[in-house]
Design a protein around this ligand. Structure first.
Ligand code: NDP
Length: 306
């Protein structure tokens, strides 16, 4: 059996494990590196605290149609925590008992915690991007002008985080105008005095500032043949470029940033920090204590799967 087998809904129906279990659900899930990352952190915690000795994290391939049944079974089998990845983060939002107030403007949950009343939902992706920008590029979202590429779920989470942390200004570029307008509408009530503007990636406005933190939250770059989500040379010189994609580790956008001599980083540290925050929610152990172990495990797993 491989170290991290992929389980299914049928496995869940007959699940008999007696220890404390965790699951990540996705479709597809086979490329998820959350199990090695979380299990490395759980092994670290178990070394000094017996409470964690039987805690294990598993991955499940769950079709969106089966998500309600999977969540029901996971709850009945008393899984303590669940992570949700594509495409479940938004679908699950309306199906759980309680939503953390901080996750409400995001409209999506990536972390669930068991309670007798039902699942409690959280979103740790925003924390992940904020920590990653600081750790890898030395940029706090607070006070920084940010250019967000994309208008899907990840962009929404990042946009909410930028505004909640008080970025200097928020610019959003997206291919499909309708999706861009929808995101701008969602973010407007959170903006306060922060200027928020949207534009088409091939028509950057003349008043874009220099020193932008460019954050790619599109899926352009997952495949070698994908187009660049934006032409960096057409922008006033940015301060740095962060790509949420981590596999492949060096996307065309990051290569372009390197060619221009711009500091740049991929999304592995975002994955690590959202994971460490999820474990904090389940265990009470501060995310800072497990992040380094998760990072080493994630990087090792990427080498294996990537
Ligand atoms: P969605 O499907 O919700 O959104 C996709 C976005 O990408 C849309 O804005 C879409 O634009 C845009 N897009 C897709 N293809 C192209 C293209 N060829 N050119 C330009 N734009 C394109 O996905 P998510 O928001 O959930 O995820 C986005 C990315 O973020 C993914 O790569 C995902 O792996 C990554 N991610 C990383 C995380 C991490 O921890 N590192 C966490 C979460 C996400 P349009 O509106 O025009 O269709």
């Amino acid at each position: 059996m491989p170290a991290d087998p992929v389980f299914t809904l049928a496995d869940l129906a007959t699940w008999r494990r007696s220890g404390t279990s965790f699951a990540v659900l996705g479709h597809p899930i086979k490329h998820s590196i959350s199990p090695p990352m979380q299990n490395a952190a759980l092994a670290l915690l178990a070394r000094t605290d017996d409470r964690f000795a039987d805690w294990r994290y598993f991955r499940f391939e769950i079709h969106p149609d089966d998500l309600p049944r999977a969540l029901e079974l996971l709850h009945a089998k008393k899984f303590l925590g669940v992570n949700l990845t594509v495409p479940h983060k938004i679908i699950a939002y309306d199906r759980i008992a309680e939503i953390d107030p901080a996750a409400r403007p995001v409209g999506a949950v990536n972390t669930l915690r068991w309670s007798a009343r039902g699942w409690q939902g959280f979103n740790t992706d925003g924390y992940g991007i904020a920590m990653a920008a600081r750790e890898t590029l030395g940029h706090d979202l607070a006070g920084t002008p940010v250019l967000l590429l994309g208008a899907g779920g990840a962009a929404r989470g990042a946009g909410v985080e930028c505004l909640q942390r008080g970025c200097a200004s928020l610019w959003i570029a997206n291919r499909t105008r309708e999706n861009l307008d929808h995101l701008l509408e969602i973010l407007a009530p959170l903006a306060g005095k922060i200027p928020v503007n949207g534009f088409a990636p091939n028509h950057p406005p003349a008043n874009l500032p220099t020193g932008l933190l460019v954050v790619n939250a599109t899926s352009a770059g997952l495949h070698e043949s994908d187009p660049l989500p934006i032409e960096l040379r057409a922008l006033p010189r940015p301060a740095a470029v962060f790509d949420m994609i981590y596999n492949p580790p060096r996307t065309p956008l990051l290569r372009a940033a390197g060619e221009l001599g711009l500091p740049h980083a991929n999304g592995v540290s975002m994955l690590v920090h959202q994971g460490a925050k999820a474990l904090e929610i389940w265990s009470g152990v501060p995310a800072e204590k497990t992040a380094a172990t998760m990072s080493a495990a994630a990087r090792a797993a990427l080498g294996k799967y990537g």
